[in-house]
Design a protein around this ligand. Structure first.
Ligand code: FA5
Length: 344
């Protein structure tokens, strides 16, 4: 039995020596020291020994158990340390590596220009309003003195949804909506920025979807000279004192008299290019004194109240202010274009 014990010790120690895996080490432990392990099996047979042999064999058995246990524990520590080392190596962080730059975005140039215009008019006492992009024929045309058979409807080829619903072709319906809301009771000043839609053919200065900012001032005794004054302040503040401005007589069914305002082209400095179509000027807004019919349909007595209105294209304004030579740049979302204006 003593030989058997020695043989078990030798076999176990050499297996522990060879093993390189924690799981396998655990299996060895079970195989020798576990309830059904070979050492335990041998010890069970001790009852058959003589009383003299028993303590001798018992002592050897204890030594064998201890030798195997110690060897397993030592190997366990070695293997655990090795596993930890491996994990640390795999998860190590090189703190000297240069960091990856974080890309910082910024507001779109068009958003900036719209906000700049809003701030300018808020400073002159205007409130900022909104209106629906899917509009009724009534507010888009009829309430603006454009009855169903009016030839001026051709000026704005429209995207109709039904006979009575369309994508608004301008922000002017918000004029009619605001007047209705105030119900002819008091004067007010408002601007309304928003998207508009037309069946225009896209080119350097036209898009089928673009933005407009409407303006409306209704009160007792509002005159054409007030309109001219506000447009002058707006143009000088947006484009600088030295840019040339001109007002041309024009026609809109909802204003009388009507004007259009042009700014000298910044891209070619007024000499003529593809942006200004060779004229040296770019039209940025339409304006005029609110037509008495429009005031009346909005619930205002034209004998007591008067008003002026304007509608401008922020894309064209941004093009002139920042020298952008194609309106389509605003919608392409090319970051090479957009990031040029993050600091602007
Ligand atoms: C109107 O839309 C009128 N509602 C403006 C108005 C309001 C006049 C109040 C009088 C009183 P018009 O169609 O000219 O007008 O457009 C106004 C501005 O929108 C133009 O001066 C131009 O800057 C811009 N614009 C017009 N069509 C386009 C287009 N297809 N793409 C980009 N900008 C455009």
């Amino acid at each position: 039995m003593q030989e058997q014990l020695k043989a078990i010790q030798q076999e176990a120690l050499s297996k522990v020596e060879e093993v390189n895996d924690l799981k396998e080490l655990q299996a060895i432990k079970v195989a020798y020291l576990g309830k059904k392990g070979s050492l335990t099996q041998v010890l069970r047979g001790m009852g058959k020994l003589s009383p003299e042999e028993r303590p001798v064999v018992g002592e050897i058995a204890n030594q064998v158990r201890e030798a195997i246990t110690t060897a397993i524990e030592e190997k366990n520590t070695i293997l655990e340390n090795a596993a930890l080392e491996k994990q640390l190596q795999a998860e190590s962080i090189d703190v000297t590596l240069p960091g990856r730059p974080v890309k910082v975005g910024g507001p779109h140039l068009l958003t900036k220009v719209i906000e700049e215009i809003e701030d300018l008019f808020i400073g002159m006492g205007y409130e900022v309003r909104e209106g629906p992009e899917v509009e009724t024929d009534y507010y888009n045309f009829e309430a603006l003195n454009l009855p169903k058979d009016h030839p001026a409807r051709d000026m704005q080829d429209s995207f109709y949804i039904t006979n009575e619903l369309l994508l608004r072709t301008h922000t002017s319906p918000v004029q009619a909506r605001t007047m209705k809301e105030y119900n002819g009771e008091k004067g007010f000043k408002m601007i309304c920025p928003g998207k508009v839609y037309r069946r225009d053919t896209d080119d350097a200065t036209h898009s089928h979807q673009f933005t407009q900012i409407e303006g409306l001032y209704v009160d007792k005794d509002v005159k054409m000279s007030d309109l001219k004054g506000v447009l002058n302040v707006f143009a000088k503040r947006m484009f600088g004192e030295d840019r040339k401005i001109r007002l041309r007589p024009s026609f809109f069914p909802f204003t009388e008299p009507s004007v259009e305002m042009d700014i000298s082209c910044k891209v070619c400095d007024g000499h003529g290019c593809n942006v200004c179509k060779g004229t040296g000027w770019i039209e940025i807004l339409g304006a005029g004194m609110v037509h008495p019919n429009v005031l009346e349909m909005g619930g205002y007595d034209p004998n007591v109240y008067s008003g002026f209105a304007f509608g401008m294209g922020p894309e064209r304004i941004a093009m002139l202010k920042y020298g952008v030579n194609d309106i389509r740049q605003f919608y392409l979302n090319d970051s090479r274009f957009l990031k040029q204006f993050h600091q602007a």
